[in-house]
Design a protein around this ligand. Structure first.
Ligand code: ATP
Ligand code: MG
Length: 365
């Protein structure tokens, strides 16, 4: 049965009860991702036994890195190391043995590394030791009488175990930004409830399909990442009517977003979520100005998290590529036809409130 040694970090920095809680959330999340497997923990490490896909482990928040390893007892270490090297070290010219130890032993880590290095050299005389820049590294972790041998450290996504910080509602359009924003909060331990506002007839099924397709990618990080679709077109039609009469069409986007914020807050309160996350970035499009964000915030009494606020578009795109959402976010989709020619960059709250008073009870404004 393959065995994986899993390293996690931030869990360590916490007090004992927090650490235990985070650790148990991490283990639950690993079980969900890895399927049928056995999990064991010991002093800051997790071991998984089973046929686990490394690709899935790479998407579990909280895992800093992991290694596929061989396990043996201290008495058999030499034999196992030599066997391990047989298929691994063939093509290398130089190598190094790195030993880490936990527990009381009659040798130091360096002594054991030198001893194992000498044995390897004897069996594979074509090799040379190079501690600085070896072709191949053989790692040994000794924990009391248990030894773990591996040659590869695979980087995980890091962060905080998903769910350790509670839940957030995400305004999720499926464009490039909001999936990255949601993912960044997931990385900080927040489980996401993604809400998509369906603005048909101003958008159509292509826009919804794109959002669903991007959500599918994020489901690999959070298995219950299920898009909630809220009809938004009727509100927009009505809002546009009132705005046209008042010659305030340039306020369409601000009114549209405020309604999204309000609905997100209602969903959050229903679900016990502690805030809302959006993909806004200061100044990225004309409508994302300090003035407009101020007016948007007024529509929602929960905290609104905007992890992209200081990002350049290129920085956001880089993350989107890394996490796998980019390709789907750029799928052709109808852009919103409710957007006016010149959306306001300086929304005034008093004006917004007047319009919303007219829209009235019907929309909970
Ligand atoms: P994105 O790339 O996330 O679509 P954007 O750069 O196109 O963002 P806007 O259209 O101004 O910017 O939207 C700002 C934010 O409002 C989005 O990041 C998202 O959080 C939210 N949002 C916009 N449209 C929708 C929608 N149809 N459903 C849910 N949320 C939305
Ligand atoms: Mg968008």
């Amino acid at each position: 049965m393959p065995m994986y040694l899993v390293r996690y970090s931030e869990v360590f920095l916490k007090s004992e009860p927090v650490r235990r809680r985070w650790e148990s959330i991490l283990i639950k999340n690993i079980k969900k991702a890895a399927g049928d497997c056995k999990i064991r923990t010991d002093r800051g490490r997790i071991w998984i036994e089973g046929d686990v896909s490394p690709e899935r482990l790479k998407k579990v928040f909280g895992i800093v890195s992991f290694s596929k390893c061989e396990h043996c007892n201290l008495g058999e270490l030499e034999k196992y190391v030599l066997e391990f090297c047989e298929d691994k070290i063939e093509r290398a010219r130089t190598f190094a043995v790195r030993v880490k130890r936990v527990g009381a032993h009659s040798f130091t880590s360096q002594q054991k590394a030198a001893e194992l290095g000498a044995l390897i050299l004897k069996k594979f005389p074509h090799l040379k030791v190079d501690l600085e820049n070896p072709d191949k590294e053989i790692f040994v972790e000794i924990r009391d009488d248990d030894c773990y041998i591996f040659d590869e450290v695979i980087h995980g996504v890091g962060g905080i175990p998903l769910g350790a910080q509670g839940r957030l509602v995400a305004l999720f359009s499926g464009g490039i930004d909001s999936p990255v924003a949601a993912w960044l909060m997931m990385k900080r331990g927040c489980e996401i409830i993604p809400v998509y506002f369906d603005a048909s007839p101003f958008t159509d099924h292509t826009t919804l399909k794109r959002a669903e397709s991007v959500a599918e990618v994020l489901r690999e990080y959070q298995p219950n990442f299920e898009l909630r679709v809220v009809p938004h077109g009727e509100f927009l039609l009505r809002a546009k009517e009132v705005l046209r009469r008042r010659k305030m069409e340039n306020y369409t986007c601000v009114l549209c977003k405020r309604q999204m914020y309000r609905t997100a807050e209602a969903v959050a309160r229903e679900e016990g979520a502690k805030g809302v996350v959006t993909g806004e970035s200061l100044g990225q499009v004309a409508s994302q100005t300090l003035e407009n964000l101020l007016v948007l915030d007024e529509a929602c009494s929960l905290p609104v998290y905007r992890p992209l606020i200081g990002f350049d578009k290129l920085e956001t795109e880089r993350i989107a590529r890394e996490i796998g959402t980019y390709e789907r976010s750029i799928l052709p989709a109808k852009s919103c036809e409710a957007v006016p020619k010149k959306p306001t960059t300086k929304a005034k709250l008093e004006k917004v409130l007047e319009v919303e008073a007219e829209l009235g009870e019907e929309y909970g404004c």
